[in-house]
Write a protein that binds this ligand. Sequence first.
Ligand code: ACO
Length: 329
Amino acid sequence: MKRPIAYLAGVGKYAPPRIMKNAEFAELGLETDDAWIVQRTGIRQRHVAAPHETNRTMSAAAARIAMERAGVTPGELDVIALGTASPDRLLPSTAVDLQAELGATRAAAFDVMAACSSFLYGLIIAEGLMQSGSADTALVVGTEKLTTIVDWKDRSTCVLFGDGAGAAVLKRATGGAGILSTFMRSDGRLAELLYRPSGGASRPFDAQVLQERSFYVKMEGREVFKHAVRSMSEAADRALDGAKLTGEDIDLMIPHQANVRIIEATAKHARIPMDKVYVNVDRYGNTSSASVAIALEEALTSGRIVPGMTVLLVAFGAGFTWASLVIRF
Ligand code: ACO
């Protein structure tokens, strides 16, 4: 096990106040119901951002809380790594909007586009920049306004997703607490199992795209499910191996919150009982890049994580991408 280079000095989150319950989909004319959604996914509700709640405002709200808890001012940030699959604009990055919003004038800001794995990719990239000496203090954020990129006429996708943001400040570790091991992987051959077919440079927006609704998220749910279980299980194994630990050594696993059945299968594979797994997918749905960040904030502020605990973070997303970290608090 390596000596930690970085530790999590503070976390924050933002969830839009508007909560949408499963029953509301039927009111929109979709043939679905609460029982189907709960049984297949574990989701009971999700937060939905209002027009004025953008990734810029949501990520800034989460970041300000994380920085205050870490005792870090915007001027001290060297790096801002922001994960999102639903950027406010296609150019420039959402990270520079967050930088401007915070007044973090010294930072290098960039987006991480690894879908639901983006927050974990961001933590790993930031740790690497600290290891190379390029940064001492980093802000890592996951933020999503997914309700603007899902097709509200497609019951197989729109019931799954929600909006929100989570943030963490990384500082240079001085003791035994911090990131103990990391793992990241991707497989672009599987990109079209979960993607937005149009709206980018290969298929620019036009009248036909609008008519086809092909700028919205398309997903082969069953295939994604199988790969998610396989890849999250591999990611859990690899981060545990890297830290020379087993599932029995883990005090809490915080998985990407997409579907409670995927979470249960991953926990079973890693031999981590469900009472040591943090689940909030019932309250948030899948918030992609923000999911692990929001769950981490809740676990820390509710006392589920206390100093000395060893925590496994695991994520999987479009790409496909998957990643994991073991962190000692
Ligand atoms: N309400 C009612 N019926 C529905 C709904 C709905 N909301 N959505 C789909 N159905 C129907 C389908 O049309 C299908 O009907 P048919 O048999 O008449 O054709 C039936 O339910 C079964 O559909 P499946 O897709 O086979 O259902 P499944 O049990 O696989 O559940 C689900 C679908 C929940 C999407 C599941 O496949 C899943 O969770 N996949 C993983 C998705 C995921 O987690 N994606 C994100 C991970 S990566 C990331 O976060 C970016």
